[in-house]
Write a protein that binds this ligand. Structure first.
Ligand code: ACO
Length: 251
């Protein structure tokens, strides 16, 4: 078990919530929870990958005090996967670091909590696990995700967790023939934040100018005459720019 806490709910018992990795024995419950909580159907391969930890990291919540032999049954979960920043749709929102060409991101795929266990801080704890995990990866610059535009509980949750809502993606989802917008939320880790304010951009330019001046002085000192550019290339751009999106279709 990763951690545990005691909470009070209006149920027939007093729950004791613990967090642990999701494992193969969770397969059936995990599939059922996804079917109950989301308007989207996931392929069985997705669940196989989750429970076997193939390209997907996940955390589950259980109620150790749950009666009827359900004390180890999932009542909440979060699934996420690491992707390369270059292959993501948010590369322009990440601070470019020339010393780290292989920057990565953690993308939250799904998050859910069984109805009677909601508003107890379980989703917040699961998200904190993801943030902790992302922060422990030196190349990781941010955690990000999409939320369907009408999902207010999830939107409030991510806002409360200090995620920044950076984009509204029009008609991102197609569910049962109907289009829905999505919000893109991001949480920066390991100094991955993109410089968006004029002051930050100015500071960055001054830093580059200084480093350019230093390298020029060094070159003059060494009487070097190489015709290479003295300005480091920056992939920075502003935030809240429109993006080419991967639209999602779900029947
Ligand atoms: N109404 C308003 N705000 C809410 C609500 C709600 N129903 N639920 C959570 N919040 C906000 C509040 O700010 C809350 O803080 P507070 O309790 O101090 O007011 C904060 O989120 C933290 O709530 P938690 O207790 O940590 O969240 P919970 O464990 O209840 O889970 C969740 C929230 C995951 C959205 C749950 O309602 C759920 O499973 N919904 C169905 C599935 C879903 O929508 N998942 C998210 C989809 S997005 C994605 O997967 C990337």
């Amino acid at each position: 078990m990763l951690s545990s806490s005691m909470v009070n709910v209006k149920t027939s018992h007093h729950p004791i919530i613990s967090y642990r990795p999701i494992r193969p024995s969770d397969l059936e419950v995990l599939e059922k929870l996804h079917g109950d909580l989301f308007p989207i159907r996931y392929e069985s391969e997705f669940f196989q990958n989750v429970v076997n930890g193939r390209d997907i990291v996940s955390w589950g919540a259980v109620d150790c005090n749950r009666p009827n032999g359900q004390s180890d049954e999932l009542i909440g979960f979060v699934t996420a996967r690491t992707i390369r920043a270059k292959e993501s749709e948010v590369e322009d929102l990440i601070r470019f670091d020339p010393s780290m060409p292989d920057q990565t991101l953690v993308y939250i795929l799904t998050l859910g909590v069984l109805e009677p266990y909601r508003k107890l801080g379980i989703a917040s704890s699961l998200i904190r696990e993801v943030i902790k995990y992302a922060s422990s990866i030196p190349t990781c610059q941010a955690v990000y995700l999409h939320v369907i535009s009408y999902n207010n509980p999830a939107i409030y949750l991510y806002q409360k967790m200090s995620f920044q809502c950076v984009r509204r993606l029009h008609s991102f989802y197609l569910i049962n023939g109907q289009h829905y917008d999505a919000y893109l939320f991001i949480y920066y880790v390991n100094r991955g934040r993109s410089p968006c304010s004029p002051i930050e951009i100015l500071t960055l330019l001054v830093t580059y100018a200084k480093s350019g001046f230093k390298s020029m002085t060094a070159k003059l000192w060494k009487h070097e005459e190489r015709k290479t550019s003295k300005w480091p290339k920056s992939k920075e751009s502003g935030c809240l720019l429109p993006t080419t999106q991967n639209k999602r279709t779900h029947n």
